[in-house]
Design a protein around this ligand. Structure first.
Ligand SMILES: *Cc1c(COP(=O)(O)O)cnc(C)c1O
Length: 376
């Protein structure tokens, strides 16, 4: 019998699928627990539930389910242009690329610019999708050692060679929650050759309040090689619908639209995204819940003697130090038995850490109570 695995392109043979957070129903089956008793803090989802405006907008789309969605996403692009433009810089629809999640945009940018044997650069502890989509294309991945868990931008600039096509920068970074300030970002952009794409992943943009946190859009006019990605999966609470977008120079958007599958964003996702974009009350409430939750978790980690990486996202990675006499993997297993799902990050070269998403007050408390029991 022909071994079909051996028939695949060699770089695909070496790929391992993305490991998502464990779904609630799966843990319920495995542990014989009730799904309602399980707390999932593993995928940086918005714990508030969707915006009521999104639910209304989705319902209004039901009657049109037989029709293909608007493949150009006219209404969503219009709403994004109104929302994202700044006093100094207007955004036009020709600069936007819509994705089935922002992960889609990451795949498009690699398909457009990277050939087999080319190099891409990202930081150690960077989002797993960068390596996945790059290896799919046969690229060489250069992971630059992190500095205090964050990006070492000087070292990343030094890692650029004649073969480099894309540098991925994540601000703030997942799973570490570290962030880059305006000076660090602009110094870096000045160093990157203009023929190398800088993919600035701002999946957690809406959560960050730091005065020195840069808005990538402010740099687009000066750097046509800059591509920004954002998503409706996190602060906008629409992870299941899969909708994200890229903001770039119009030529780059034109190229990405050539590889974008037709109708990659469905009509309910489009409608829900437009509705949530105008729901400031929802996003403000999500941020407030997150700020309160982060404060609570940090205080509890201090009390439990667990070091953590300060985070500006809707998640935080904490360490199980050696003196606790239990490994992070075992803590994770015991949390699962208690019906709490967090994210092991050993595959991000952080074997002694776990990442927990910020939940509702009750969810955060359930997680901490389980930790109290596990650590005695
Ligand atoms: C969650 C996340 C995304 C967004 O993924 P979607 O495909 O938009 O759901 C992108 N980048 C990072 C770093 C993330 O953590």
């Amino acid at each position: 019998m022909t071994n079909m695995i051996e028939q695949a392109r060699s770089n695909i043979q070496q790929l391992r699928p993305y490991q998502p957070g464990k779904p609630i129903d799966e843990l319920a089956r495995e542990m014989g627990l009730n799904a309602e008793d399980i707390v999932k803090l593993a995928s940086n989802e918005n714990p508030l539930g969707p915006s009521p405006k999104a639910l209304e907008a989705i319902q209004a789309e039901f009657a049109e389910l037989t029709r293909y969605p608007d493949g150009n996403g006219f209404e969503l692009k219009k709403a994004l242009c109104e929302k994202l433009g700044t006093v100094n810089y207007k955004i036009g629809p020709e600069q936007l690329t819509l994705g089935n999640g922002s992960s889609d945009i990451l795949e498009f940018i690699v398909k457009v610019f990277v050939s087999a044997g080319d190099e891409v650069v990202f930081s150690q502890h960077a989002f797993a999708i960068y390596a996945l989509v790059s290896k799919m294309q046969g690229a060489e991945c250069i992971a630059v050692p992190a500095k205090d868990y964050g990006h070492d931008l000087d070292a990343m600039a030094d890692a650029i060679t004649d073969k480099t096509r894309i540098v991925f920068v994540t601000n703030p970074n997942n799973p570490t929650g570290t962030w880059l300030n305006k000076t660090e970002l602009s110094d870096f952009l000045n160093k990157v050759p203009s023929n190398v794409i800088v993919l600035l992943d701002e999946a957690y943009f809406e959560y960050v309040d730091e005065a020195e946190y840069p808005n990538g859009i402010d740099y687009l006019a000066q750097y046509p090689n800059l591509v920004i990605t954002r998503t409706f999966s996190k602060a906008y609470g629409l992870a299941s619908l899969r909708v994200g977008y890229g903001i770039s120079h119009p030529d780059v958007a034109d190229l990405m639209n050539r590889v974008r599958p037709p109708f990659n964003v469905n009509s309910m996702a489009l409608a829900a995204a437009v509705a949530t974009l105008s729901d400031d009350e929802y996003v403000d409430a999500s941020k407030k819940l997150n700020d309160d939750g982060l404060k609570y978790l940090i205080a509890e980690f201090d009390r439990l003697g667990l070091p953590y990486i300060p985070s500006v996202g809707n998640f935080i990675s904490f360490e199980i130090p050696a003196e606790k006499n239990i490994s992070a993997a075992d803590v994770n297993q015991k949390l699962l038995q208690a019906g709490v799902i967090v994210r092991p990050v050993a595959n991000y070269e952080m074997p002694n850490h776990l990442r927990v998403s910020v939940g509702t007050g009750a969810e955060n408390k359930a997680f901490i109570e389980a930790m109290n029991k596990i650590l005695g």
